[in-house]
Design a protein around this ligand. Structure first.
Ligand code: ADP
Ligand code: MG
Length: 242
């Protein structure tokens, strides 16, 4: 098994608020991991620590061969290897879809413009938006904008993708098209960690489910843990769906 992500005893606090209390888990290459849990349980913080948007206070994290605590950490290399998509799409409103996507490869990877455009067309096709290259973000639905945001990450050819509640802000009828793209990526072998409230999606697509509670990995296992929760906390969580 090739380990892409490893957290060991990770602690993170904001001031006096300890948000992660000894979080440990591993993600193998090609694995899809769903992180679930109540609001405030530390899911987003855990994800943000993995691409070092947050620095940890104790423990160790290794991601795609980068030891995040190492003095000589290649932060740019880490950011190249790890794509992250948030709930808000953060597309540049004054740039076309194509320009939003080529910006990363040309600026970060110094890719020639024509090559970046070819790549952008390829990733747009993967998210089903080949015909929207010339559109501006405001001309697209929320679901389409979120698919552009995913395409933009894919254009950097990451080894790992992180998704933080990417469908939470979408109307229910637009959620499916985004989940479909993510499911497609999973089936193509992308290593993915996703924070999600979509239990049906987690059941169907995740290899591993991590239930976080009060900054800890409270329960962990295959998707079957959702059907047979051991702890009262997970039982209550899957019961209410909140
Ligand atoms: P979740 O994603 O599970 O809802 P978060 O990781 O966003 O939880 O937040 C966990 C806790 O950390 C919350 O109490 C939240 O208020 C706190 N927190 C998150 N980010 C920050 C921050 N940048 N500064 C201070 N507190 C934060
Ligand atoms: Mg969150």
């Amino acid at each position: 098994m090739h380990t892409v992500v490893e957290l060991q005893g990770v602690h993170k606090r904001f001031g006096s608020n300890t948000v992660l209390r000894g979080v440990s888990f591993q993600v193998a290459r090609g694995e899809v991991v769903a992180i679930i849990g109540k609001s405030g349980s530390g899911k987003s913080t855990a994800l943000r620590c993995i691409n070092r948007l947050e620095q940890i206070d104790a423990g160790q994290i290794s991601v795609c061969g980068h030891a995040l605590h190492a003095a000589g950490l290649d932060l740019r290399g880490l950011r190249r290897d790890v794509g992250i998509v948030f709930q808000g799409y953060n597309l540049f409103p004054h740039l076309t879809v194509l320009q939003n996507i080529t910006l990363g490869p040309t600026a970060v990877k110094r890719m020639p413009a024509d090559q970046a455009q070819t790549l952008a067309q390829q990733v747009l096709a993967r998210v089903g938006l080949a015909d929207k290259a010339g559109a501006y973000p405001e001309q697209l639905s929320g679901g389409q904008q979120q698919r552009v945001a995913i395409a933009r990450s894919l254009a950097l050819q990451p080894q790992l993708m992180l998704f933080d509640e990417v469908t939470s802000a979408l109307d229910p009828e637009l959620t499916g098209e985004v989940l479909k793209v993510m499911e497609q990526m999973a089936s193509e072998g992308m290593t993915m960690i996703l924070v999600t409230h979509e239990m049906a999606f987690a059941r169907r697509v995740a290899d591993q489910v991590i239930f976080m509670h009060q900054g800890q990995v409270w329960e962990q296992g295959g998707p079957e843990i959702l059907d047979a929760p051991v702890t009262p906390e997970l039982r209550s969580f899957v019961g209410t769906g909140l």
